[in-house]
Design a protein around this ligand. Structure first.
Ligand code: SAH
Length: 403
C-alpha cells in the first residue's frame, strides 16, 4: 500500500479523528511497487503516517485539496467484515432512535462523515436503498458496500447506485456511475412512507436520491403550526411540507417549484394522501417571480416556507448567496399577514448558522416588520454530525413570528 507521510505536527487533527488530510499537510509520498505512474491513483487505499512514522490510519486517496479521506484510525488494516460492521452500526442507531417503523420507511442510513464513512451517502426507501459515492474510493468499494447493506438491513432487497452527479467530474471512471448493484425495483410507481404520509419516490429521474429526507422533523413542526392557516410552500419539490400542512388542517396550501416534474410529484402525492382535498394548488414558477406577482396582487399568507436549493455550492459564492437569501427572505417577510410565521432554511454548507441569521436579520430590517425567532432548526438525527467533523453541519432553519 502507498504511504503518505505528513509534515511535523500535521498529525494533530488526525489524532483528534478529523477524517480529512489536506494536500498541504503532506511531506512525502512513498508509492508501493505496483505503481508505474509518479502519483497514487485516485481512489486507491493509502496508509497515512506522521513525520515520526507513527501509523495514523488508512483512507482513500483523492485528487484535490482534500488528499485523503480517512476510513480507519490508528491501524493500517481494513478488518474483515469492515463494511458490514459499519453499516450495521449505522442501522442499529436509526433503529434505536425509532426511525424505522411501518409508518416510516424513509430514512438516511449513511450520512458520510457523520457515520464515519466519508464520501458515502445511502438513503433507504422501504425495500430499496439508493447509494451515492462522493469519492472515487467509495466508488471502487460500491459492490462490497451494497452487499453489506442487504445483509445489515433486513427490509432492503434492491440497491440502486446513483453517482453521476456526485463523483468528482474530472475523475477517470470508465464503469457506469448509475444502475442497480443488487436486485431491481420492477413496479412502475414506487411509494414509501414518512411519518404515515405516502410519498412517491423516483430515484431514477428525481433530484438527489429522489427525496429530501433531511426536512422530516421540520415538516412535523409545520404540521403543528398549520391549523386553519393559509400556507405557501416555496421550493416545494415533492411537496413534503405541503402534505404535513394539509394533515395539520391548513385552510389552503399553495406549492411552488420551478420544475414541472416536481409539481407533477406534488400533485400525485396530495391526490394519494388527501383524495378529497379541494384546498391545494400547485404552480410551476420561479420563486422570485411568483412572490413579486403575488405581492402586486396584494396577496398575503399566514405561513410561508422557504426551502431553496443551496445558493452557495462553494466558498467563493458566499457573498452572492447571502444576497440571495436576504432578497428572498425580505420578499417573504413582506407577504406574511400580521401575526404569521415564516419557516426559512439554508442548506448551503458554506454558509454557516451565523451568516444565515445575519442575512435573515438584514431581510427583516429591510421590511421594518417586528420579527422574533421562535425556533432554530437543523438537520435531523439520521443526518448526524460527527463531533470531530463540525463541517458536517449544513441544514439551518429559523422559524420567525412576524408581527
Ligand atoms: N422543500 C423541498 C426540497 C427543496 S429542494 C422538500 O421538502 O422536499 C429545492 C427545490 O427548489 C427544487 O425542487 C428545485 O426544483 C427548486 N428550485 C430551484 N430554483 C428555483 C427557483 N428559482 N424558483 C422556484 N423553485 C426553484
Amino acid at each position: 500500500m502507498t504511504t503518505i507521510i505528513l509534515k511535523p505536527h500535521k498529525e494533530e487533527s488526525v489524532l483528534r479523528f478529523h477524517p480529512w488530510v489536506f494536500s498541504g499537510a503532506i511531506a512525502r509520498i512513498v508509492l508501493d511497487a505496483s505503481h508505474a505512474a509518479s502519483a497514487p491513483e485516485e481512489g486507491e487505499w493509502v496508509r497515512v503516517e506522521s513525520a515520526a512514522h507513527e501509523v495514523l490510519g488508512i483512507g482513500h486517496w483523492q485528487v484535490g485539496s482534500i488528499a485523503v479521506r480517512l476510513i480507519t484510525f490508528g491501524t493500517d488494516k481494513i478488518p474483515d467484515g469492515f463494511w458490514q460492521e459499519r453499516i450495521q452500526a449505522a442501522y442499529t442507531m436509526r433503529e434505536r432512535l425509532g426511525l424505522i417503523r411501518k409508518d416510516n420507511t424513509i430514512y438516511r442510513l449513511v450520512h458520510g462523515e457523520g457515520d464515519m464513512l466519508p464520501g458515502l451517502v445511502i438513503d433507504v426507501y422501504g425495500r430499496t436503498a439508493v447509494m451515492q459515492a462522493h469519492s472515487v474510493g467509495m466508488h471502487r468499494c460500491r459492490q462490497e458496500i451494497a452487499d453489506a447493506v442487504v445483509q445489515a438491513v433486513p427490509e432492503v432487497e434492491a440497491v440502486y447506485y446513483k453517482s453521476d452527479d456526485t463523483l468528482p467530474h474530472k475523475a477517470d471512471i470508465r464503469e457506469p456511475k448509475t444502475g442497480y448493484l443488487i436486485g431491481e425495483a420492477t413496479e412502475g410507481e414506487y411509494w414509501a412512507k414518512e411519518n404515515g404520509l405516502e410519498v412517491r419516490i423516483d430515484w431514477l429521474t428525481g433530484q438527489k436520491t429522489g427525496f429530501f429526507i433531511d426536512q422530516r422533523e421540520n415538516r412535523a413542526l409545520v404540521e403543528r403550526y398549520a391549523t386553519g392557516k393559509d400556507v405557501l410552500n416555496m421550493f416545494c419539490y415533492t411537496g413534503g411540507f405541503s402534505l404535513y400542512a394539509l394533515r395539520g388542517g391548513a385552510r389552503a396550501v399553495h406549492s411552488v417549484d420551478v420544475s414541472q416534474k416536481a409539481i407533477d410529484l406534488v400533485n400525485a402525492n396530495v391526490a394519494r394522501n388527501f383524495p378529497e382535498a379541494q384546498n391545494h394548488q400547485a404552480a410551476t414558477a420561479d420563486a422570485f417571480d411568483y412572490l413579486s406577482t403575488q405581492r402586486e396582487q396584494g396577496k398575503q399568507f399566514d405561513l410561508i416556507i422557504l426551502d431553496p436549493p443551496a445558493f452557495a455550492k462553494h466558498r467563493d459564492a458566499i457573498k452572492n448567496a447571502l444576497r440571495g437569501y436576504q432578497r428572498i427572505n425580505a420578499k417573504a417577510i413582506e407577504m406574511i399577514r400580521p401575526g404569521g410565521v415564516l419557516f426559512t432554511f439554508s442548506c448551503s454548507q458554506a454558509v454557516d448558522k451565523e451568516m444565515f441569521r445575519l442575512a435573515v436579520f438584514s431581510a427583516a430590517a429591510q421590511t421594518r416588520r417586528k420579527v422574533r425567532i421562535l425556533h432554530q432548526l437543523h438537520q435531523p438525527q439520521d443526518h448526524p454530525i460527527n463531533i470531530y467533523h463540525p463541517e458536517g453541519e449544513y441544514l439551518k432553519g429559523l422559524v420567525l413570528y412576524v408581527e
